[in-house]
Structure formats: C-alpha cells, structure tokens
Design a protein around this ligand. Sequence first.
Ligand code: FES
Length: 116
Amino acid sequence: MTSNAAMTLAERRPETVLVCVNRRYGDGQLSCAANSSEAIAQALADGIRERRIAVNFERSVCMGQCLRGPTIRFAPGGRFILGTSLEDVTHLLDELEAVCGTVEAEDELPLHLIGS
Ligand code: FES
C-alpha cells in the first residue's frame, strides 16, 4: 500500500471523500489526472455505492499536492492521502466502511453519488 489511509481514518469520521481529478496542462506538468486519479475516483465511487457506505463522495479540483498525487482527502479536516493507486481502493473502502458504517437503502445514499 502506498498511502497512509489507515492512520487518516482512525483520527476522525469523515463526512466526505474528496478525490482530485485535476489535470495540469503543459510540458512535464505532474497532476493527479495524469496519474490515473479518475480511475481511482470511479472505483471509490462504485465501491461506496455498492457497499452503501454512509459517506459523501466528490471529485475535486487541485488540492495543491500535485507532485505527490493522486491526492485523496477525507473532509472535513482530514489529512491528505498521497500517492494512491487502484491497489489502495479496497483498503480505503474497508476503512471507510468500518468508520462510517452503511445505510440500509439506496435512497439514503448521498444524492450526488447515486447518479455518479
Ligand atoms: S492536480 Fe491533484 S492535487 Fe494538484
């Protein structure tokens, strides 16, 4: 695992998972999107919906950690989880489910996630 997800979630129950999908254009510009963050975002969104995890999910603009992304943040106030990869998604979902719990029905999921 390349992230520090476990330490982050243990500190506080997140209300929202933010995943940076920003792309910086220009020669040699590193960015989360250039490092497959959209695939990570989609896998997290799918997993949250399938497991019915009680947390909001949002794709985010740049969080100022471009050189160390893909960047995820648990909000409010959570630390950055940097250098994430698709291999980290299952662990992140496990941690989110353990800390946030689940909802019974799809109509209890955050509205903006149901259609994502
Ligand atoms: S491009 Fe993702 S933190 Fe800047």
